[in-house]
Design a protein around this ligand. Sequence first.
Ligand code: ADP
Ligand code: ZN
Ligand code: MG
Length: 495
Amino acid sequence: MREYEAVIGMEVHVESKTNSKMFCSCINGRGLETQPNINICPICTGHPGTLPVPNKQALVKLARFGQALQCSIADYTWFERKSYFYPDLPKGYQITQYERPLCYDGQIEIMTSKGPKHIRITRIHMEEDTGKLSHINGKTVVDYNRAGLPLMELVTEPDIRNAEEAKIFCEELQLILRYLDISDGDMDKGQMRCEVNISLREKGTETFGTKVEIKNLNSFRVVEQAIEYEIIRQTEVLERGESVIQETRGWDDGKAITFSQRKKENAHDYRYFVEPDIPPFKTADIIIEAASITAELPIAKRKRFLGEYQLASQQVEILVRNKALADYFEQTVSELKAWMISESKEFTPEEHTKLVKLSANYLLTELIKHYGEKGLTFDNSPITAENYAEFIKIVFSGEVSSTGAQTLLLQMIETGSDPSDIVESQGLKQVSDTNALQGIVDKVIAENPKVVLDYQNGNENVIQFLVGQVMRHSKGSANPQVAKQLLHDTIIQNK
Ligand code: ADP
Ligand code: ZN
Ligand code: MG
C-alpha cells in the first residue's frame, strides 16, 4: 500500500459579539431570543428600499482578530454581493467581502504534541449571517433572528497535516476570540463553525490531490473525527485506483461518518459584484481603534507562565484555557509576593518557588475539583484570592497538616470565611509539640498491642498504620512526621 499524507485547509465562521447586527440597528441577540422572528427589521429581512449601514464595532473586532493573527489589514476596502437563492437569505444575496478582505496574509502558531507549528491565514473577511431553517414534522420553518448578525469568515492556507493540528488550531482560535472578547466562540451555539477541506497526496510528492469539503462540524471532537474518517475513506478510494470526487460532505454524528451532500459550486455562480448601497471606505480609524484593544494573547500567556512561574506545561495549559482561573492564580501569587516583602525575614528563591508551586498544585488539583463538583466558577469564587493566598501561607508554614489542609479548604468553600479563623475555630492547627502528642501516642500504642509487637519484630511498614491512628485521634491535627518519630521512640523505650 502506498503511503499518503493529508493536506488540510480550514474555513471558520465566527459570529462577532457586537451590540447590534451588521447592517441594521436590531440588537445582536446572539441566539438568546425566546421566540423566532422577534428580533428583525426591514433591513435584515431585505425589504425593498432599505439601506444597509455597516457596523463599525464589528469591523474593529475583525481588525483586532486580524492583528492577533499577524494579518495585513487593508487600508481601503468595500463590500460585495454574493447572489444565491435560499429561504434563509431573504435578500437573495449576502453582503460579504470578496476581492479585498479586511484582513489577509496572517499566521498563527499552535503547539502540537510534536512541537510548535505555523499555519498561514489566507484571509478573514466580514459578512452577515443568514436566518435559520428548521425542519419540523415534514414542514420547513424559518427564523430570521440570526439574519444579519455580523459574521467573520477565516480561511487558512492548506498547511494542516492531521486531525490533531486541525483540532488544536480551532481551539487556539476560540481562545484568541475569548481573550479579545471578539466572540464567545461556543461551537455548540453556532457562534463558531468549522469546515474542513481535505485531500490526500502520496507522501513525498508536492502536488495537491482533489479536495473534499466537510461542513457542519459542531465540536472540536467532531473536527478531529471527521478528518480521521475522511483520511481512511480517501485512502480506500485511491487504493482502489479511483479518484476522489470534489464535493461537499456532511457529518453524521450518529454513524460517525461523512456523507456526500452536493457537488461544489464554482465562485462565478455567485456573480459577485460591488455592493452599490455601501460606499468603499478607508480603514485607518478602524485599525487604530482595533490596536487600542489591549489584551495578552494565549500564546504570550503560555510563554510567560512557563518562564515566570516555572509550572509544568500541563498546568500552564489548564490555566491558559481558563482565563478566570489564570487571573485567580496570578492574584494569589501577587498576594504572596506582597506578603513575602512585608515579612521581616528574607525568603530564599527556593521558598519563592515553593509558594508558587503550592498555589498551583492546590488550585489545579483540589480547588478545581471541588468547584467542578459544586458547579462553582473562578469568576465568582467563594474563596477570594486573598483568602486562598492566606491558605497557602498556612500550608507553607506547616500550621496545618495535609489532612488538615483538605478540611480547611472545604470549610473555606462552604463558609467563605478567613482561613485563620477556621483553623482557630475548628482546632485544625497542626500539633508538632511532642508533649501535646504523647497522650495520643500512648493511647494508640495501648490500643494496638499486636501491631506494636509486629513493629518490634522488625516489620517497619506497620508504623504507617499507627501514624494513621494518631492522625485519626487528633482529628488530623497531628504533625505526621513528629507522630512517627514519637511512636518509634516510645515503642523502642517500652521494649
Ligand atoms: P475553493 O475555490 O474551492 O473555495 P480555495 O482555494 O478557496 O477553494 O480554498 C478553500 C480552502 O481549501 C482553503 O482553506 C484552502 O487552504 C483549502 N484547500 C485548497 N486546496 C486544497 C487541497 N487540494 N487540499 C486541501 N485543502 C485545500
Ligand atoms: Zn434588523
Ligand atoms: Mg474559495
